[in-house]
Structures are given as structure tokens and as C-alpha cells.
Design a protein around this ligand. Sequence first.
Ligand code: PMV
Length: 325
Amino acid sequence: MKATAKAHTNIALIKYWGKRNEELILPTNSSLSITLDGFYTTTSVAFDEDLSEDIFVLNNEVITGEAYRRVSRFLHLIRETAGKQNLYARVNSVNEVPTAAGFASSASGFAALAAAGTRALGLDLTHEDLSRITRQGSGSACRSIYGGFVEWDMGEREDGMDSQAIQIQTENHWDVRVAAVELNSKMKKISSRAGMKRTVETSAFYSGWLDSIPNDLKEIKVGIATKDFEKVGAVAEANCLKMHATTLGAAPPFTYWHDSTMRVMQTVQEMREKGIPAYFTIDAGPNVKVLYLPENEEQVEKILKDIPDVQNVTLSKIGPGVTYL
Ligand code: PMV
């Protein structure tokens, strides 16, 4: 009744931004990501008949409050799936992702928890089954089950049985790199959950966002299949800007950007003017991820590190899916 799994975080090139069902975590649009090898979570789950409640330890610290309740609720889903409702677990997670700073630690966290938890209870699941369960812990986490290039199909059904991720290319298809530019390690003020809810409910630009998704997905898939970096980068950057534009049209309006976020965005655009192909994308926080090709790695790293307010630049390759240890 014990298992350990490792999962990597992912960065969306076509963003998931909005839920049609909050409880089941069903999205309003399909999304597409790459899994990153630089950021990951390793989680052990041990079910134990002597426990009367779950215990969650993250980076050697016992976690209580809302983070604990989210994990425990998610374990309950796994218990229900396995028909073992009264069995509690000790969860030990080690996170190699700066938490809640726009680096989507929830993605690797819930993917590793789902993989270890289901295996500990002896469930034999396909990757698609596992992705569907993982989705109910954190939406973006359902993409972290797979390595490489991954699409989360929003599905149509109300019960969510067709809303899961699939791999569209493995991590060996194409060597694209990502520089994670860390600007501010403080906790973000508006969670992705709250931000997307407010946007879906109030943004004047939300329908424009949804209308643009099918074409963005189509274009980026052509770019990935043909290894057309300019195309993939341009579509991803434009998609990110549209997502962030919806927050400015919300009531009350908000943004995840800091002044330093914009400085990084401008620097990336200047790199292109100098002939270095690089493109940015940003999640629900101030930090920026920069897509580039291996031959430009040294230059890109140096330019990003020289920007004032940049605390840290971490380089990452495309990473694998869930593994069991
Ligand atoms: O799954 P969540 O609640 O961490 O939401 C993720 C939302 C974005 O990171 C902004 C976009 C995405 O597709 O990952």
C-alpha cells in the first residue's frame, strides 16, 4: 500500500483559462503544453490502517489548512475509485519547484500524488484514466502525466469522462528549451483558480479568448509537427497575451504582471530584432518563461540574467512523463 512517483511540471503554450465546471475541473477550452525536465515533484503515498486521518508533509514540513484539505479531498477521490473509503495515507512530497510563483507547482504536485496514490491502492490505470483523475486535483496537472508535447482535450461531456490529456509528441521529437525567469519569489495575490473564475464571470474579452483557441491550437500543432520554431513561438506568445488581456477586461480588472515582467517581455522582443529567435509565455504570476533553441542558449541566458530585478534564470529541456520510483 505504498508507492512513490515523480512528475514534472509543464508550461502551457496554449493556455487553459476558465472552467465550465468548478467541482469536476472541466475547462472552457482545450490547451497544449510542454513538460519540463527542470522542475519536478517526488511524492510517496503510504496508506495505513492505523491512521485516522491523512498526513501531508511537503519539503519536510507538516502542512495544514487549505493546502492540506485540497490534498485530502483528492486522496478521497482515489480512495473512492479504489473502493477503500476508510483508509488514510501518509503523503511525503519533495518539490523542486518554487511554490505559487507562477511555476505551476500544483501541476507536478498533483500528477505525482495521483500516480503514487493510485498505484499504492493497486489501481491499474491507463495514462488517460490517470490524467482524468489528476485533472480533478488541479487542471493543468492532467497534462503532466505525459512527457513531451501534450494536449488537454476539454471534452464535451458533463461528467468529464472525455476531458483528459494525450501526448502529441514525445520529449525526443524536438529539442526546444525553456528559460524560467524568476522575478519575485513572493506568493502571488490572485490564484489561478480565483483569477480564471473572475475572468469567466466578468471579462468583456472572454468570448474573444474562446473564439481564438481552435485556430491557435491548429496552428501550433502544425508548427510542432514541422518543427517550425518561429511559428510555435509566435502562436504561444500571442496566446499568452490574449489570456492576460482577459484579466484586464474583468470586473474588477487585474493583472499578474509586474513592471519587471514587462521588462523581460520587451527584452525578448528585442532579442528577436537582433536575430535571436526567442518567445515568452507567462502563467498566473509575474514570472516569465522564454522559449529558445539550444544553439542560442548561452546568449539567451546572459541577456536574461543581465535584466535588473531578475533573481534567477533556470534552463530546462523538455522532460518526461510520470515515472515510478
Ligand atoms: O491548473 P491551475 O489551476 O494551476 O491553472 C493553470 C492556469 C495557467 O497556468 C495560467 C495556464 C495553464 O494552462 O497552465
